[in-house]
Ligand binder design. Structure first.
Ligand code: SAM
Length: 223
């Protein structure tokens, strides 16, 4: 049997961590600012993706983008996460009129328990900076190419900015290399992987050009 890949970082999203994750984005000043900017970038990405009529938010976490995704009242919405506790926190703490728009299910990005072409778009925010191995990223991308009929919106950490330079410098100074659960992926590498998985790049949207690590890509499935 083909065992689903399991990553160490995936195990930390317990009920307590879910509440912490929900609170930090809602309450801390800098997080709220970055959440606001993330929403702006994602709104632009959705527009470039052609305002998809059906979306799978994966991983949905605690539903940080559910307000944005429900702005289109005609849209069909799904939400999935590896952690049922994260989904439950979203369903519990988001406004009920927003949460009830989503059909939710627990599942791994490596093997989504849904049919081919379920949705027009997969909305994948803040997962890929946790995926250090190319082989794993390619597996997830190929699963996305199966489940999305048209586009993918995906954010990750890339090189070529001040923060990645600073991070590389402090990592090279560190003597002992411990467990790492967040990775900067060279732009050249990830863009080659998108290509390999059958996607073309429609847009590259930076959180703060030349400064921040976060970049959001809008990908389109090649015919
Ligand atoms: C940093 S959170 C991002 C959540 C949300 N997209 C956001 O931006 O707020 C990462 C999420 O990935 C989920 N996750 C971890 N491993 C996963 C996997 N293999 N498949 C699907 N989701 C996974 C975690 O449970 C967690 O909710």
């Amino acid at each position: 049997m083909n065992e689903t890949t399991k990553l160490e970082f995936s195990e930390k999203y317990s009920a307590d961590h879910a509440k912490y994750y929900f609170d930090k984005h809602e309450n801390e000043f800098w997080r709220r600012l970055s959440n606001w900017r993330d929403h702006k970038v994602c709104a632009k990405a959705l527009k470039i993706a052609g305002n998809p009529k059906s979306i799978l938010d994966m991983p949905c976490g605690t539903g940080r983008f559910w307000d944005l995704l429900t702005e289109d009242s005609e849209r069909t919405l799904w939400a999935c996460d590896n952690s049922q506790d994260m989904i439950d926190a979203g369903l519990k703490f988001r406004p009920p009129e927003i949460a009830k728009r989503f059909q939710t299910f627990q599942g791994s990005a490596f093997e989504l328990p849904v049919e081919d072409n379920l949705v027009e778009n997969i909305f994948c925010i803040r997962l890929f900076h946790h995926i250090g191995e190319s082989e794993d990223r390619l597996k997830i991308l190929s699963e996305m190419a199966r489940v999305s009929s048209d586009t993918v919106i995906l954010s990750l950490w890339v090189d070529g900015n001040f923060k990645s330079w600073k991070r590389a410098r402090s990592e090279s100074k560190r003597k002992r290399k411990g467990y790492q659960n967040r990775f900067v992926i060279p732009r050249k590498v990830i863009e080659q992987e998108f290509e390999q998985a059958g996607f073309s790049i429609e847009a590259r949207l930076d959180f703060a050009k030349h400064f921040a690590l976060w970049r959001t890509y809008v990908l389109k499935k090649r015919a």
